[in-house]
Design a protein around this ligand. Sequence first.
Ligand code: FES
Ligand SMILES: [Fe+2]
Length: 382
Amino acid sequence: MDRTTELSLIREIIGLSEQNSPYLDDQIAHSPISRYASPERFEREQALIFRRKPVVAAQSSELEGPNSFLARSFLGLPLLLTRDAEGAVHAFLNVCRHRGAKLEHSESGCKRVFTCPYHAWSFSNSGDLRSVPHEATGFPDLPRPERGLRRLPCAEAQGFIWIIANPDAADMPDIDTWLCGLEQDFRWMDLSGHRIAEIETVEIKANWKVLIEGGLEAYHFRIAHKDTIAPYFPDNLLTYRQFGPHIRAVLPRRSMPDLRQSKPENWDIRRDANLLYLVTPNVQMLAQQDHVMLFHFEPLAVDLTRIRMATMVPRSSPDTAEMRQHWAKNQKITVTALMEDFVLGEDIQSGFASRGNPSHLFGRFEGALNRFNLTVEEMLAT
Ligand code: FES
Ligand SMILES: [Fe+2]
């Protein structure tokens, strides 16, 4: 974010506060509940969005150092992420190319070579088939280059490891281009210079879009978060912009409207607001004063979503006991507030079966939810 944008966003919030109004879309919108409750629709989202578009598979520091690896199920795929000796990142299916045994069972570690537990075929961490016991007798003329690990398109950019979750996909697009301008904000925050200090995983019985929607408006703060974060935020004050399929929202703290009394050269948006980024389809980030919260969504079923919630902190921040305590406390506060949203998400999902509500309504100050859904519709139509 350049300084001109930062100042204009702060001025916009001050102006909205003076008018006692959030940013308003032109009209209310309807969102049919089939978007959130239809298994057929979920399958189409998997095929046309999650298996087709760049998705964040991991934060870069989860794959720390040469020859590190991560093995995890992700979007229904057994995924093996590796960093080779030169530091380049690769994504493979964690499936042996002999007869399909799971190649690596540890969730993470450090290895140059992966050896299959079934018949000991081995593969380098850049995917090449390295050795085959009794190859000369059993597999004469084995075309080794064709039997390397199945590769997924993969790139490391802006502090994340991105994949296309489909081994038949063409190459990965340029991630900065995919971010449609948000990459400037990510560079401004130095996301590549962040590491994960705290992380936890939850599974929530709700559709992934219900949960993402919960982070895109401030209408609910005063009520749903009355015992946690509500006192820190003005009621229902937010502005947002789209960046291609992605969204940035500004969630001012109570202190931001008071900036009208101070000189703009002293303004600092991260001191007086949280910035919410939606990187469609599977990441939300909340940039706070000295760190960035990461919410990583993995739809498991139409009504079940795995969410990894992490506190990302600058690598320059000292890794002392005091700071670890500070980040742990921060993680706890944010997760407590988020769980208030997720419990509401489960309530919403459980109501779909009653069919009492054919569609949801997005008010004019909930326009970001509508924009997000329109983006999803566009992706399903292409
Ligand atoms: S299945 Fe892996 S070596 Fe046979
Ligand atoms: Fe919330």
